[in-house]
Ligand binder design. Structure first.
Ligand SMILES: [Zn+2]
Length: 330
């Protein structure tokens, strides 16, 4: 077989030029391949970075994290102004009026720069002024159970009924409100987060089971405020989770106080259709919200309205809010 050198020089040069051209084409293809490979590797690198960087992750709680979320996870309820649509859209001839007052802390807020805490805290003297005014104006306090029984036609409420509710089970509410209520012959309803008694979080201290039991033995009503104070409308909270928590709160109240609780106050006043279904499945017959109002529709017992009492509320304003809530919708 002849080699290139056996051909005339002109032919050799032709071969050499052809080789050179082929070599150039090969180099071009090689560089094109390297360029494409670089783009592909850069794309893969960026994809991995975006997938693993926490800034691009959807933050959601696992079931375990939700379960272990203690008092420190709690948000003050006044942070939530969201109002869910009220199921009631027409006046029921069986509607009746019961102002259900909503309190949290009854005490002295020492940190006035904490506006949320300040709003949730009614000083004892102001609370007593409200209770005294209500007594003087012939209001009669009843329990949430009384409201339920009246709605069911099993109990007749007294004239001018009113309910005092205290959310979260703070020790100051139990220690300061109960003596005042008893002084005026009144009853209060305390909503307990049943996994938190005896714990402390920041400036919040939750009453112990002993304190709660003492209040109950003094005639106060104890109802469920769930086991862990979860936000029922958080998309990560499933119906199964709600059911498990609510059944757990019923068991906690049974175990610690020996009572069968079928009344629920929704944390943050947040709930939805799945939440109501789970609550009914857990045995609850009435759900209390933060919708402003005082009209109870016996057909909508899972969405009972209330009247929020803010910290440092002037008595005159308290009277006006009460009057306003009583005179709407009927
Ligand atoms: Zn609460």
């Amino acid at each position: 077989m002849p080699s290139v050198n056996d051909f005339p020089l002109r032919i050799q040069r032709c071969y050499t030029e052809a080789d050179f051209i082929r070599m150039q084409q090969t180099h071009k293809r090689f560089f094109l391949f390297i360029t494409l490979l670089s783009f592909a590797l850069a794309g893969i690198f960026l994809f991995i970075v975006f997938q693993t960087n926490p800034r691009y992750e959807e933050k959601s709680l696992t079931e375990g994290e939700k379960q272990s979320a203690g008092p420190s996870e709690q948000f003050a309820e006044s942070q939530f102004t969201k109002r869910l649509p009220v199921a009631k859209n027409k006046v029921n001839p069986n509607d009746f009026v019961v102002p259900i007052l909503m309190y949290h802390h009854i005490g002295v807020n020492t940190d006035v720069s904490d506006k949320i805490r300040d709003d949730l805290t009614v000083p004892p003297d102001q609370f007593e002024a409200q209770v005294a005014w209500l007594a003087k104006n012939k209001y009669h306090s009843v329990t949430l159970e009384d409201v339920y029984l009246h709605a069911e036609g099993k109990l007749k409420l007294p004239s001018n009924p009113i309910v005092f509710t205290f959310d979260d089970g703070y020790d100051d509410a139990i220690l300061n409100a109960v003596p005042i209520l008893k002084k005026y012959g009144d009853v209060g309803s305390f909503a307990i987060i049943t996994q938190w008694p005896g714990t402390t979080s920041g400036s919040n201290t939750y009453a112990t089971w002993d304190q709660i039991k003492t209040a109950m033995n003094q005639g106060m009503e104890i109802v469920s405020h769930t086991q862990n104070h979860f936000d029922g409308t958080n998309p990560t909270v499933t119906k199964e989770y709600v059911l498990k928590d609510l059944k757990g709160s019923v068991m906690d109240l049974k175990n610690h106080l020996g009572i069968s609780s079928d009344l629920l106050i929704y944390p943050y006043g947040h709930y939805n259709a799945d939440y109501i279904a789970a609550a009914e499945e857990a045995g609850f017959v009435m759900g209390v919200t933060v919708h402003e109002g005082a009209v109870v529709d016996p057909d909508v017992l899972m969405e009972i309205p209330r009247i929020r009492v803010h910290g440092r509320e002037e008595l005159k304003r308290f009277q006006n809010i009460l009057w306003g809530a009583k005179h709407v919708s009927l």
